[in-house]
Design a protein around this ligand. Structure first.
Ligand SMILES: Nc1ncnc2c1ncn2[C@@H]1O[C@H](COP(=O)(O)OP(=O)(O)O)[C@@H](O)[C@H]1O
Ligand SMILES: CC(C)(COP(=O)(O)O)[C@@H](O)C(=O)NCCC(=O)O
Length: 411
C-alpha cells in the first residue's frame, strides 16, 4: 500500500485546518472525564504548524510493514468533564478532529467517519456523536484499552513509571523482557484491578466502587468546593488527625505494639466526628478533605496489595485521573502498599495516568491493518512505536493548559 499517495489524496479535507494535519482521533468517555488523544501531523515535514516544535521532536507513523516513517508529528492529549460533553464536541468540531478519525478509502463510504472510542460513554453518547458530528463511534473494550494503553506506555516512554516515597519521585527503568506479570489499578470514577500477563493477556480480578468519583462527590457535598482541583488544593493544607480517630486516641496516647500499630496510625477514618459534639461547619474543610483523600487512597492501596498478594504480583501500577500527579495521594497509596506488604510490593505511578484508555483505543486503529479491509486501509497508518518497533524515545510533560503533550524524538 502506498500510504504517501493516499495521504496526499486526502489533502483536500485537511487543507482548511489552521494547525498541523490531524488524524486518528481516539476518545475515552468515562464516568467523570472525557479523554482525547489525537495525532497532529507536520504538514511540511519540518515543523508542526502551530507549535514551533523542533523537527527532532516528532512521532513517526509507518505503514506497519516497515519502520520507514511516512508522517511525523505529535500525539496530543486533552480532557473535558463528561458533564460538559458539549464543550468536548465543540472542541472536536473546531479542530475538525472528527473529519480525520478513520477515513474511508472507498468514496461511497466517505460519509461514514469512524472514531475509536472506549469507556461507558462510547455506548451512552453514540447517538449524540452521530447527531452532532455525523461520526460513528467504533467501540473498543474498556479493560482491553486500559491494558493496551499501559503496555504501550511502559514499553515506549522512557520516563513513564515512577515510585513516590518520602516526597521523592524516582523513575523506574522498565525491562521490556521482565514487564509481566503486574497488577494495573485504574482509579477513575470507580476502581478496576487488572492482572496483566502480557500483551492482550489480562484478567480483571477485582474492583471497588470507592474511587475518584467518591472523593470528588463526597468532597463536593462536604466542602462545597466547586472544582476537583480546588478540593485537592484544600486537602493539601489540611490535617486529618482533627477528623480521624487515631490508635493513640483510643489507647491513651500509646502505641498498640502487640499488633504493630503506632499511636499515630488511623484507627477509624472520620471516627473523631462521633465523639465530638461538633457540626460539619465547625470542622475546617481542609481537614475533612484531607481525611477523605487519605481514607480513599488507603483503602485502594490496601485492596490493591491484597489482590497483588492473591496472585503473587510484586509490581502494582496505578493509573486513572484520580491520582492527578498529586503528591499526597501518591504518598498515601505508596505507604499503604508498603505497610500492608511489609515492604514486599511496590506502588508505581504512570506519567500519563489518565490517558491509558484513550491511548489503548488509539492503538486499536492497528486492528484494521490486520483485517486488511480495502475500504479502511487508511487506518493502517499507525505510530510505529505502537507496533513495538520504536522509532525513538517518547517523552512527556504537562503544559500550562494541563493538556499533556508527548513526542517521539528521532535522535
Ligand atoms: N478536572 C477534574 N474534574 C473532575 N474529576 C477529576 C478532575 N481531575 C481529576 N479528577 C478525578 O479523576 C476521576 C476520573 O478519573 P478518570 O480516570 O478520568 O475516570 P473516568 O474514566 O471514570 O472518568 C474523577 O472521579 C476525579 O476523582
Ligand atoms: C464500571 C467501571 C469499569 C467504569 O469505569 P470508569 O468510568 O470508572 O473509569 C468502574 O467504575 C469500576 O470498575 N467500578 C468498580 C465496580 C466494582 O468492581 O465494584
Amino acid at each position: 500500500m502506498d500510504l504517501k499517495a493516499e495521504s496526499s489524496n486526502n489533502q483536500g479535507s485537511l487543507q482548511n485546518q489552521s494547525h498541523g494535519q490531524i488524524s486518528h482521533l481516539a476518545i475515552d468517555i468515562g464516568g467523570s472525564l472525557i479523554k482525547l488523544v489525537y495525532f497532529s501531523r507536520s504538514s511540511d515535514g519540518s515543523r508542526d504548524d502551530d507549535t514551533n516544535t523542533p523537527s527532532k521532536d516528532r512521532i513517526s507513523i509507518s505503514n506497519g510493514d516497515s519502520n520507514v516513517p511516512l508522517f511525523e508529528g505529535r500525539l496530543r492529549f486533552a480532557k473535558f468533564e463528561t458533564s460538559k460533553i458539549d464543550d468536548c464536541i465543540e472542541f472536536i468540531r473546531s479542530k475538525q478532529l472528527h473529519l480525520n478519525g478513520c477515513w474511508h478509502h472507498d468514496s461511497t463510504l466517505r460519509e461514514k467517519t469512524i472514531i475509536k472510542a472506549t469507556g461507558g460513554g462510547a455506548f451512552k453518547f453514540a447517538d449524540l456523536f452521530k447527531e452532532k458530528l455525523g461520526v460513528s463511534l467504533d467501540k473498543e473494550e474498556e479493560m482491553e484499552c486500559l491494558v493496551n494503553g499501559a503496555n504501550f506506555l511502559l514499553k515506549t516512554v522512557q520516563q513513564e513509571a515512577f515510585t513516590y516515597t518520602d516526597g521523592r519521585k524516582e523513575f523506574v527503568q522498565i525491562d521490556h523482557n521482565d514487564l509481566f506479570p503486574y497488577l494495573l489499578v485504574n482509579i477513575g470514577s470507580g476502581v478496576s484491578m487488572i492482572k496483566v500477563d502480557g500483551d492482550r493477556k489480562f484478567e480483571r480480578v477485582s474492583g471497588t466502587s470507592v474511587g475518584g468519583g467518591t472523593f470528588w462527590g463526597m468532597g463536593r457535598l462536604l466542602t462545597k468546593c466547586k472544582s476537583f482541583d480546588e478540593l485537592l488544593e484544600l486537602s493539601h493544607q489540611g490535617n486529618n488527625r482533627v477528623v480521624d480517630m487515631l490508635v493513640g486516641d483510643i489507647y491513651g496516647g500509646l502505641d498498640y505494639s502487640k499488633i504493630g500499630l503506632a499511636s499515630t496510625a488511623i484507627a477509624s477514618s472520620f471516627g473523631k466526628a462521633i465523639s465530638e459534639d461538633k457540626e460539619l461547619e465547625e470542622y475546617k474543610p481542609e481537614d475533612v478533605t484531607r481525611s477523605l483523600l487519605r481514607m480513599i487512597s488507603n483503602n485502594i492501596g490496601q485492596i490493591s496489595y491484597l489482590n497483588a498478594l492473591r496472585y503473587g504480583l510484586k509490581r502494582i501500577f496505578f493509573g486513572g485521573f484520580f491520582i492527578r500527579g498529586h503528591t499526597y495521594t501518591m504518598d498515601t497509596i505508596s505507604v499503604a502498599v508498603n505497610f500492608w506488604s511489609k515492604g514486599e510490593a511496590r506502588a508505581m505511578f504512570l506519567s500519563h495516568e489518565g490517558f491509558l484508555g484513550a491511548l489503548g483505543a488509539f492503538t486499536g486503529y492497528e486492528k484494521h491493518d490486520l483485517e486488511a479491509d480495502q475500504s479502511v486501509q487508511r487506518c493502517s497508518a499507525k505510530p510505529s512505536c505502537i507496533d513495538g518497533k520504536l522509532c525513538g524515545t517518547l517523552s512527556s510533560h504537562l503544559n500550562e493548559d494541563e493538556n499533556m503533550e508527548c513526542r517521539i524524538c528521532t535522535s
